[in-house]
Design a protein around this ligand. Structure first.
Ligand code: ARG
Length: 423
């Protein structure tokens, strides 16, 4: 037996790994196990999973509905930062981890447990996010990661489950590893591991088959208030409902499929496939509104913050002074991100076709080529004169130096061609 523990709170989905983890932890650590399932909007029957935990040996089974918290405290701040890791992945899994960690830690403290456990493997980002998060929030807790420790493959796990009389639902063998929540669905493994071949249609669930994508475009309107989406097609919706509904609407048109060779924190490159219909649509809409209402220098600087924010979330550093400071900056930019964005959804792509805001910085009076412009064109000449000054000077100096060099090369080199001058 490994070092003894008293009571472990296990992050539990009800799948094979975390079901087997219950008796395994009891055997290997002599500990009681309480399971914790966090509802972050994943599909499927969570109540069934939770009911099976005590049957499979857990002392207790907790279920936390964290959908609203997930949307409000994690997803929407990431939307305000236009979060896309490596420019493409909306961080769906990465954003849910710190919330699960927080719930895990608070359950452990409440129950007086001395450890927490999770079902992550040793090759991914999720173990980093769990471990770093727990160490940061509650350094006194031990962390166990059974899947990282045991040497069982799927067949071994099923045999172990049988031997322990576990009640599990062994789904028809799927070569894919799937994680899902309100912000997206990730699929990896199996045939997807070859980055050279197209993802098989069977991996997609939220975006339907291309044959089913409507033949005609659909136009939708998203309303934002201070950087937060509040209405869909003029209808007010709570955050969770809005994201859910948009996953349905945009997913039906095949929007949000992502095929990405991703760099994991642990140094591995891997082919990752995602379906994130609402995330992709909302980030695009939010960016479009920002480009209307934020000044150029702020947009420019914010994009570097967005990148850093995305990397920080991806790396599992949600609980860090850096992420908090980046969040504060992003929040401070959202005051005027209010207005409406129209998008056209069609055959797997989503295009912004209109945006309006009371805070629009686009002044027709200045921009128009028609009569009535108030822009002083004569001022442009002086502006351009100064704008180009520094580079004009730099290039002139460079030309001077080049012609000096050329002159010297055509002069006879002293001491070589001409005879030495007598002293
Ligand atoms: N590569 C993505 C990330 O690191 C998705 C991970 C999915 N996790 C999982 N346990 N299947 O955020």
């Amino acid at each position: 037996m490994a070092g003894k523990l008293k009571h472990v709170v296990l992050a539990y989905s009800g799948g094979l790994d975390t079901s087997v983890a219950i008796p395994w932890i009891k055997e290997h650590y002599g500990a009681e196990v309480t399971t914790l399932t966090v509802d972050v909007g994943q599909e499927g029957e969570l109540s069934d999973a939770v009911e099976r935990a005590p049957v499979n040996g857990a002392r207790g089974a907790l279920l936390v509905d964290a959908k609203e918290t997930f949307a409000e405290e994690f997803v929407f701040p990431a939307l305000q930062a236009n979060c896309l890791y490596q420019g493409v992945y909306p961080l769906s899994t990465a954003l849910a981890r710190p919330l699960i960690v927080r719930e895990l830690v608070s359950a452990a403290l409440r129950l007086g447990a001395d450890a927490v456990a999770h079902g992550c493997t040793g090759k991914g980002n999720d173990q980093v996010r769990f471990d770093v998060g727990v160490q940061t929030l509650a350094p006194h807790l031990s962390i166990i990661a059974p899947v990282r420790e045991w040497n069982m493959n799927r067949t071994d796990e099923i045999a172990y489950a049988k031997a322990h009389g576990l009640r599990i639902h062994v789904k028809p063998e799927s070569p894919y590893s799937v994680d899902e929540n309100l912000w997206g669905r990730s699929i990896e493994g199996g045939k997807l591991e070859d980055p050279g071949s197209a993802p098989p249609e069977e991996v997609f669930q939220w975006t339907g088959h291309p044959e089913s994508w409507p033949r005609s475009a659909e136009e939708i309107t998203v309303t934002f208030s201070r950087g937060l989406p509040t209405h869909l097609n003029g209808r007010p919706l709570e955050p969770v409902e809005l994201v859910r509904e948009l996953n349905g609407v945009a997913g039906a048109h095949g929007i949000g499929r992502i095929d990405h060779v991703e760099d994991r924190v642990v140094g591995i490159k891997s082919r990752e496939t995602y379906e994130c219909p609402a995330a992709i649509t909302l980030v695009q809409a939010h960016q479009a509104l920002e480009s209307l209402v934020l000044p150029r220098d702020l947009l420019n600087f914010k994009s570097s913050v967005e990148r850093r924010f995305s990397d920080t979330v991806y790396e599992g550093l949600w609980y860090s002074p850096l992420r908090e400071a980046l969040s504060a900056f992003v929040a401070s930019t959202q005051e005027t991100v209010t207005g409406e964005v129209q998008l056209r959804l069609f055959q797997g792509s989503c295009r912004v076709i209109g945006r309006r805001s009371p805070y629009s910085l686009l002044s027709r009076e200045l921009a128009t080529y028609d009569r009535g412009s108030t822009f002083r064109q004569e001022a442009a000449e002086g502006f351009i004169h100064l704008f180009g000054l520094a580079n004009r000077l730099a290039y002139a100096r460079r030309r001077d130096a080049l012609s000096h060099d050329a002159e010297r090369e055509t002069e006879p080199a002293a001491g070589k061609v001409s005879p030495p001058t007598p002293p």
